[in-house]
Design a protein around this ligand. Structure first.
Ligand SMILES: C[S@@+](CC[C@H](N)C(=O)[O-])C[C@H]1O[C@@H](n2cnc3c(N)ncnc32)[C@H](O)[C@@H]1O
Length: 425
């Protein structure tokens, strides 16, 4: 708890990313074992996920109060039990005041303002209200829960049963929607997720770590073996690998990104997964020969990442309206750049891991106005074809001619994602 308070103060005063602050703490406290580090990480992440509601309940926003609140919530200890556990420990933080404890015990979160219950900065509330209507507080609050660890079996090297057997000690379960997905439940108490990347199966390319939502949107693009595909914002290649597996290593994927640094890890990942149908294109490569030729162009656009707040809760408090505006401009540019590569009759998939309408529905409207030769498809209807076994666990919004689709932790049990699928007339 003392270490968590230190790390949170560091994040706050120096505006540091949570990963860096935790890593630095570990480097300067080499004696700390992996169990301690995991416990510290859990407390810090729990606090960042629910910073506002904890501060409101305790009526105290200090890192010390927040840490006590998070530990009381997750440990199953009551105040007396916690005081007893800390008693006589010379490194223990000083117990919070009786007033704070009384607040924790008696203040009803149901009485708090919406943005507090939602655990978001005030300015984001109206954006989420626009996205989810009267459910917005519950939808946002679900982004403050601990996430599961999701994986995708790589069908080029293995299948879900084989991966499940290899990871048996960690008890992964088939994920509810994506047919190749496996899930390890969210961390309980001060436990930790296994480091599955050191497992032999991972080294052999049998599986990838990938949120089920990401697997779902990749499948909903309808990608098929033999197609010509441009992954226009390929980054480190998470979706490229999912598309390659769905294409059974046939056809061709052109993986492009405007940022060489972000693209760099893709080479190693393609090798490990034994993907052979991907051509990686550096930012300055000339792609003009592929114009008007692609069956599918995927724009996994740069975004605010509001859908991933369970995993990156510090981003929630750092996000600004200016950053949102910048992402909106980048998204428009990426869409306009990518559209030219779609062949007549081909598909354009627009994906974000954000839930804000400015990055999603508004972009769809602007794109349809700017590019009259594209039409929006009914992606909600596609769900039943792609996932015949799974109930429709998504939100969808009708537009003039088609639908868009949104996944959220509350509705889909996944990270938040948005998908619009267009066809070129
Ligand atoms: C959400 S990330 C991609 C994640 C990746 N597809 C995955 O599944 O792992 C968005 C990427 O878009 C890239 N990007 C931003 N603007 C772009 C543009 N105009 N053209 C191409 N790529 C762009 C960024 O460099 C970033 O790597």
């Amino acid at each position: 708890m003392a270490a968590s308070i230190e790390v949170l103060a560091d994040i706050e005063t120096r505006r540091r990313p949570v990963g860096d602050a935790l890593k630095d703490w570990g480097l300067s406290h080499r004696f700390a074992g992996s169990g301690d580090r995991a416990a510290i990480g859990n407390i810090v992440y729990d606090v960042l996920r629910r910073k506002r509601s904890l501060a409101w309940r305790l009526d105290d926003p200090s890192p010390r109060a927040l840490v006590f609140g998070a530990v009381l919530d997750s440990s199953g200890l009551d105040e007396k039990g916690l005081a007893l556990a800390l008693e006589g420990d010379r490194f223990a933080p000083e117990m919070i005041s009786a007033d704070d404890l009384a607040g924790y015990r008696t203040r009803e979160i149901a009485q708090a303002p919406d943005a507090v219950r939602a655990d978001v900065p005030d300015w984001i509330g109206p954006h989420l209200a626009e996205a989810f209507g009267e459910d917005w507080v519950e939808e946002a609050a679900a982004l403050g829960e601990r996430p599961p660890l999701d994986m995708r079996a790589n069908t080029l090297r293995a299948d879900r049963d084989k991966v499940a057997r290899a990871l048996e000690p960690f008890a992964p379960q088939p994920s509810p929607i994506a047919p190749q997905g496996l899930r390890i439940a969210p961390i309980a108490g001060d436990g930790r997720h296994p480091n599955v990347q050191v497992e032999a199966g991972f080294q052999k390319g049998w599986f990838e770590i990938q949120d089920e939502g990401s697997q779902i949107v990749a499948a909903l693009t309808g990608v098929a073996p033999g197609e010509q595909v441009l992954d226009y914002c390929a980054g480190a290649g998470g979706k490229t690998l999912a598309l390659a597996a769905a294409m059974e290593n046939t056809g061709q994927i052109h993986a492009y990104d405007s940022d060489r640094q972000r693209l760099a890890p893709i080479h190693e990942r393609l090798k490990r997964a034994e993907v052979r149908n991907v051509q990686v294109h550096a930012p300055r490569d000339d792609l003009s020969e592929h114009r008007g030729r692609m069956d599918l162009v995927l724009v996994d656009a740069p975004c605010t990442g509001t859908g991933t707040w369970r995993r990156r809760p510090d981003a929630k408090w750092r996000l600004s309206e200016q950053a949102l505006e910048r992402r909106v401009v980048e998204q428009r540019e990426a869409l306009a750049g990518a559209a030219a590569f779609v062949k007549p009759g081909g598909r354009l998939a627009y994906v974000t891991c954000s839930l804000l309408p400015a990055e999603n529905e508004a972009q769809v409207e602007a794109f349809l106005t700017a590019q009259p030769d594209f039409a929006l498809l009914d992606v909600a209807a596609t769900w039943a074809t792609v996932f015949p076994e799974a109930p429709p666990a998504f939100l969808s919004r009708p537009h003039k001619e088609g639908t868009t689709l949104t996944l959220t932790p509350r509705t889909s049990g996944t990270d938040g994602f948005f998908l619009a699928l267009f066809t070129r007339r």
